[in-house]
Design a protein around this ligand. Structure first.
Ligand SMILES: NC(=O)c1ccc[n+]([C@@H]2O[C@H](COP(=O)([O-])OP(=O)(O)OC[C@H]3O[C@@H](n4cnc5c(N)ncnc54)[C@H](O)[C@@H]3O)[C@@H](O)[C@H]2O)c1
Ligand SMILES: O=C(O)C[C@H](O)C(=O)O
Length: 325
């Protein structure tokens, strides 16, 4: 049996956290031979609810669950953490953009970045889910100067999975057969879901769908899916968000299949002319616990405009939180 690894989850008693704890303890994230210690962080008033989650985790008797820590102290939750899923933050309500949460949620990520800096494993892999996820990841990264900046990422895998689902429905292909989807940019309504390289069983899919559908239906549907879920459910996506967070870490830790890539919001290297440093979603290939941005893809005029628009929004968000960086 492998040695347990430590997985910190913030906001662990919230909607997404409640899903994550059980699926990670079941082995869905790191595999059926990898024991885990769950290190769960909540705000003090939610410690009672968190205790209930711990009781249920114990009652489920997961073979892979080595231990559970429940705390309201980030220094304890991040101690020696190998993975940190930063979920704890306020969700948006109807009519809001995710950036509207920046002033309130941004304050959470500086102190958590510092606690990661001081206590986590030097190789900790950090995934920010709490919105606005890209800029919150930048805030956490800035507060952790002793950690590799590359280890701070934000989630656009949910958008990637949503795009697979929409294209599968249109083309009659199964979503699992579709490879090489891309989400560029921000986890927001400016994101650019790009199907130009998407293929199923070796066959390109873009040529078979009409440009009008792609530009006027597909792109807005993916960009607005989070808002559509909030309208339908009265609460923001939770099970699909947790599932996509698990996908993100699993790909990063265990690798992407040959001939495919995943979308991850990672610190820009300047690839594709994007401002270095901002946390921008790119197609990424993962191997040996590392990711690399897929370089050299053709950028046409339409894509350039879309990629620049979402970059501009991320620059504006960075400006808005300059005092926290
Ligand atoms: N990136 C994505 O694709 C994506 C998808 C879905 C949701 N989200 C975002 O994830 C976040 C969480 O969503 P949810 O539905 O689970 O919300 P929720 O309100 O159900 O749960 C959030 C939890 O975080 C806790 N929390 C708040 N501040 C905290 C702090 N400083 N430290 C630790 N815990 C803290 C709260 O007590 C609460 O239990 C929201 O910001 C939401 O918008 C992102
Ligand atoms: O849309 C939201 O506010 C929640 C989340 O970011 C989502 O995409 O479902």
């Amino acid at each position: 049996m492998k040695q347990p690894v430590r997985v910190a989850i913030t906001g662990a008693a919230g909607q997404i956290g409640y899903q994550l704890c059980f699926r990670i303890a079941a082995g869905d994230m790191l595999g059926p031979d990898q024991p885990v210690v769950l290190q769960l962080l909540e705000i003090t008033p939610a410690l009672g609810a968190l205790e209930g989650v711990v009781m249920e985790l114990k009652d489920a008797a997961f073979p892979l669950l080595a231990d559970v820590v429940a705390t309201d102290d980030a220094n304890v939750a991040f101690k020696d953490a190998d993975y940190a899923l930063l979920v704890g933050a306020k969700p948006r309500g109807p009519g809001m953009e995710r950036a509207d949460l920046l002033a309130e949620n941004g304050k959470i990520f500086g102190p958590q970045g510092r606690a990661l800096n001081d206590h986590a494993s030097r190789d900790v892999k950090v995934l920010v889910v709490g919105n606005p996820a890209n800029t919150n990841a930048l805030i956490a990264q800035a507060a952790a100067p002793d950690l590799d900046p590359r280890n701070f990422t934000a989630m656009t895998r949910l958008d990637h999975n949503r795009a697979l689902a929409q294209l599968a429905e249109k083309t009659g292909r199964h979503h699992a057969s579709i490879k090489k989807m891309i989400i560029w940019g921000n986890h927001s309504s400016t994101q650019y879901p790009d199907i130009r390289f998407a293929e199923s069983e070796g066959e390109g899919l873009a040529a078979g769908v009409d440009t009008g559908w792609y530009r006027d239906s597909f792109i807005p549907a993916v960009q607005q899916r989070g808002a559509a879920i909030i309208k339908a459910r009265g609460a923001s996506s939770a099970a699909s968000a947790a599932s996509s967070a698990i996908d993100h870490i699993r790909s990063w830790a265990l690798g992407t299949p040959d001939g495919d890539w995943v979308s991850m919001a990672v610190p820009s290297t300047g690839a594709y002319g994007i401002e270095p440093g901002i946390i921008y979603s790119y197609p990424c290939v993962c191997e040996g616990g590392n990711y690399r941005i897929v370089e050299g893809l053709d950028v046409d005029e339409f894509s350039r405009e879309r990629m620049d628009a979402t970059e501009a929004e991320l620059r504006e968000e960075r400006e808005a939180v300059a005092s926290l960086l």
